[in-house]
Design a protein around this ligand. Structure first.
Ligand code: PEP
Ligand code: MN
Length: 268
């Protein structure tokens, strides 16, 4: 094996959950919060399935301004209520500094999306919070740029940073993006930070989520973030990459089998 300089391994706690600990943390939920009922039903089922954390976008960074932009603050109310009722921590994306404080008061982890990895004022602002942050890799960010984006948050005072590989742009359009599995061990070694994988945005295809999740865990990912929807064909965003809720138990079973055999568990 290559001798690589590994910086000290750090863990990030979100309540009782430890990113970088003994097992991969599973985050799941819809791309977007669509209604109070939708997110409540989702939270109830995900809790039964043993998922660790709920996700749901309330501010959606959409390529087209004519697509669904998210429910905004009403969505935050629905998401907070569902998460509390079903006793799940939750993560949601913030795109604007003006929303940071109010969202951080309610959520358990702040998501900085791929499009904002280069938004240095936003990174510095989350750096001033005492709140765990999930920093996604930009579409075409080098590992150095991604590492330095994390440094912006850490240098501003917030050390609670988890990284998320979510696929990069490549020449091939068979998948929405290309999942860079090597980024997982490389970023773990160079930053010491926990690294999770989002197979949903990485592939854009629900039929690849189980295998790509297993590949990520086998490569030592500290967690996964997976989009799930009760009715993907009618989802308001990212339906084609969303695992049908009724199929999600099978996906989780495949992931747990790999986690038990090696990957993260095998390394500890
Ligand atoms: C998301 O997780 O909902 C999202 C928009 O992802 P990304 O920033 O990776 O595109
Ligand atoms: Mn999405």
């Amino acid at each position: 094996m290559n001798k690589t300089i590994t910086v000290n391994k750090k863990t990030v706690a979100v309540g009782n959950l430890i990113f970088g600990g003994a097992r991969p943390i599973i985050i799941a939920g819809p791309c977007a919060v669509e209604s109070a009922e939708q997110i409540d039903q989702m939270a109830a089922r995900l809790r039964q399935l043993g998922v660790d954390m709920l996700r749901g976008g309330i501010f959606k960074p959409r390529t087209s301004p004519y697509d669904f932009q998210g429910l905004g603050m009403a969505g935050l109310d629905y998401l907070t209520a569902a998460a509390r009722r079903h006793n799940l921590p939750f993560i949601t994306e913030v795109m604007a500094i003006e929303h940071l404080e109010v969202v951080a008061e309610r959520c358990d982890m702040i998501q900085i999306g791929a499009r904002n990895m280069y938004n240095y004022p936003l990174l510095k602002a989350v750096g001033k919070l005492n709140k765990p942050v999930l920093l996604k890799r930009a579409f075409s960010a080098t590992l150095r740029e991604w590492r330095l984006a994390a440094e912006h948050i850490i240098a501003a005072g917030n050390r609670q940073v988890v990284l998320c590989e979510r696929g990069i742009r490549s020449f091939d359009d068979a998948t929405r993006n290309t999942l860079d599995i090597a980024a997982v061990p490389l970023m773990q070694r160079s930053t010491g930070l926990p690294v999770i994988v989002d197979p949903s945005h990485a592939t854009g295809r629900s039929d690849l989520i189980d295998v790509m999740s297993c590949a990520a865990v086998a490569a030592g990912a500290d967690g996964l973030m997976i989009e799930v929807h009760a009715d993907p064909a009618n989802a308001l965003s990212d339906g084609p990459q969303s695992v049908k809720l009724s199929d999600f138990n099978d996906v989780l079973a495949a992931i747990r089998q790999i986690a038990a055999r090696g990957g993260k568990n095998g390394k500890q």
